[in-house]
Ligand binder design. Structure first.
Ligand SMILES: [Zn+2]
Length: 161
């Protein structure tokens, strides 16, 4: 997308929040060339440069809608990053468990178990066996930690839930 250079309103943020990616100021701009007349909001940091999609105004002032879209981006991007992060965590756990099942079937239970232990060990989640034994074993550990997790979720409900 080519632009007409420096926006006229540099220095005033025009009600635009900071860039959701880099925190830099943003400004309204109008595209030229193939997208001639398309209005957009863009980050003023040349190393970032993210922008909203173009809006072609038919007589209406496109700024209120663009401002709303730009300012909503921050919340949306934050939620999206969180969703992607948790998706990555769940995916890596499921992939490790799948590899563990394959290893257990093809190479023996100990090898399969090692996959699970390695997955837990890295981030420091290997359970303390003496502590688990004192609790009453695997089922007791699961019951206790699930109850703790449910209590935490009850105290910290998901937004909108
Ligand atoms: Zn930026």
């Amino acid at each position: 997308m080519s632009t007409n250079g420096t926006p006229a309103n540099v220095g005033s943020n025009d009600g635009l929040g900071p860039c959701p990616c880099c925190g830099h100021a943003a400004a309204f701009d109008v595209a030229t060339g193939d997208d001639e007349g398309g209005h957009f909001v863009a980050c003023l940091n040349p190393r970032c440069g993210i922008s909203t999609p173009l809006i072609f105004a038919c007589g209406d002032d496109p700024k209120p809608l663009l401002r709303e879209r730009w300012n909503r981006r921050k919340e949306a991007d934050r939620a999206e990053r969180r969703a992607v992060m948790f998706g990555d965590i769940v995916s890596s756990q499921v992939i490790a468990m799948r590899a563990a099942v394959v290893a257990a079937k093809l190479e023996g239970l100990d090898v399969g178990m090692q996959w699970i232990a390695n997955t837990l060990c890295g981030p420091g989640h290997l359970p303390d066996l003496d502590e688990a034994k004192a609790l009453g074993g695997a089922q007791a550990l699961w019951d206790k930690e699930t109850a703790e997790q449910e209590a935490f979720r009850a105290a910290h409900p998901a937004p909108g839930a």
